[in-house]
Design a protein around this ligand. Structure first.
Ligand code: ATP
Ligand code: MG
Length: 419
């Protein structure tokens, strides 16, 4: 027997209603905030990810699914959605159209990580990208969209952590200061951090290893070394968050694991998720469009992990998600004929209906009707067929009423709109 791949999950029929619920909410809120859906390819040239996410990042160094195409070109499954969205933005010359432009995407991403709860090798993200303005209100808007979506889904115990990564000049000036501090702590750092420290000392602040965290506890803060412009931008973002009632916590060591971020950087975490506590994250990436060969267009965005959202979704949101309205219990020679036509008529006008074709008796049908979680059964045997009627049975209260077969679809259609 051939099994599925480790860390790659099937989303089974009983789980898809919950996924649709989450994805529908994401689409609804994105559209409400004026974002248009983009569908980018699942795989791209490896060079795209190496150049955008950064060759020295965990994602590119050890998490990508990379393989040669038949002509030897190196391709990779997308580990995130921003690189592809920016590539498409540049390739279709979108910067020549009126700015700003706001895109969102939903879909699977791929990273070779150690699978555990909330960490998979194929996982799903909803993300947005806001191109064309460096106004801090754009930063606030994307945070507000993510916050509103998660609140609408009734996720609890959420914290917005926020930091500023400054301009590239700020980071260049801060790096030697941080590096000098790290040198004193070198013996306490993990091998990975020691190896990468010189190339990208900021990444050490993002290391999840506890000893590294302790060693960098008192590290100098980038936010104490911001240029006046970066400082003003950050202050405006924070003031705006207060104005719209979104609480935040400053986290001076919040450094995202992707190289393209600048200025605002944020993460939404939850105490409900255990070790994998980040639900979503994002920030500003003003240099990325240019880095990938486009014009200089500032941008800000986020991505949220839908598996982690689904782990946190309260039970109450899940009841009545998978409901079919009518079970057609057709039995007897004439009943079966008329019942099959009725079933098709109901579906034809958009009323959900089903029938177990294997059942031949009323008892058999009622058992299946109960299992089906339909709200009503329509009983149609030879007796009803002879009278030109059906019995409508409420499967919960067991109340029954007789209705004419002719015109039944219209009657039920009116009812399904008024209920
Ligand atoms: P983490 O610190 O958990 O590895 P990350 O910084 O790598 O997260 P991003 O690249 O910013 O995450 O992706 C945004 C969101 O996507 C994360 O907050 C998380 O919810 C989700 N995510 C990232 N990697 C995975 C994964 N392997 N499995 C499931 N969800 C993931
Ligand atoms: Mg990661």
């Amino acid at each position: 027997m051939i099994k599925g791949i480790k860390g790659v999950k099937d989303i089974l029929p009983e789980e898809t209603p919950q996924w649709r619920f989450i994805e529908d909410a994401a689409r609804r809120w994105a559209l409400c905030y004026g974002y248009q859906e983009i569908r980018i390819p699942i795989f791209e040239l490896t060079a795209l990810f190496a150049r955008s996410i950064g060759a020295g990042t965990d994602i590119v160094e050890k998490e990508m699914y990379t393989f040669p195409d038949r002509d030897g070109t190196s391709l990779s499954l997308r580990p995130e959605g921003t690189a592809g969205t920016v590539r498409a933005f540049i390739e279709h010359n979108r910067a020549a159209d009126p700015l700003p432009q706001k895109y969102f995407y939903i879909g699977p991403m791929f990273r070779h990580e150690r699978p555990q709860a909330g960490r998979l090798r194929q996982f799903h993200q909803f993300g947005v990208e806001f191109f064309g303005t460096s106004d801090p209100r754009a930063d606030i808007e994307v945070i507000a969209l993510l916050w509103r979506l998660l609140s609408d889904l009734a996720l609890s115990n959420l914290t917005l952590e926020i930091n500023s990564l400054g301009s590239s000049g700020d980071r260049a000036a801060y790096k030697p200061i941080l590096l000098a501090f790290l040198r004193h702590q070198e013996s306490r750092l993990c091998a990975n951090c020691r190896r990468r420290m010189d190339r990208n000392p900021l990444r050490v602040l993002d290391c999840k290893v506890l000893d590294c965290r302790a060693a960098t506890e008192l590290a100098p803060k980038l936010t104490d070394h911001l240029s006046p412009d970066a400082r003003a931008h950050f202050d405006q973002v924070l003031t705006g968050l207060v104005a719209i009632g979104i609480p935040y916590r400053l986290n001076p060591r919040l450094v995202r694991g992707l190289d393209y971020y600048c200025l605002t950087s944020f993460e939404i975490t939850s105490t409900h998720l255990g070790a994998q506590n980040a639900v979503g994250a994002g920030g500003r990436y003003d240099g990325l469009v240019k880095t990938l060969g486009g014009p200089s267009v500032p941008a800000v965005g986020f991505a949220v992990g839908l598996e982690r959202v689904s782990l946190m979704l309260p039970e109450a949101s899940l009841s009545s998600l998978n409901e079919c309205l009518y079970y057609v219990a057709a039995f007897g020679e004439e009943g079966i004929k008329l019942g099959f036509v009725l079933l098709d008529e109901l579906r034809g006008v958009g009323i959900s209906a089903q029938c177990d074709y294997r059942a031949t008796t009323l008892k058999g049908h009622l058992r299946q009707a109960d299992r089906s979680k339909c709200r009503y059964a329509i009983l149609l045997g030879d007796d009803e067929a002879a009278r030109g009627s059906v019995i409508l049975r409420n499967l919960e209260s067991k109340a029954q009423e007789e209705l004419p077969l002719v015109g039944l679809t219209s009657i039920l259609k009116t009812r399904s709109f008024s209920s």
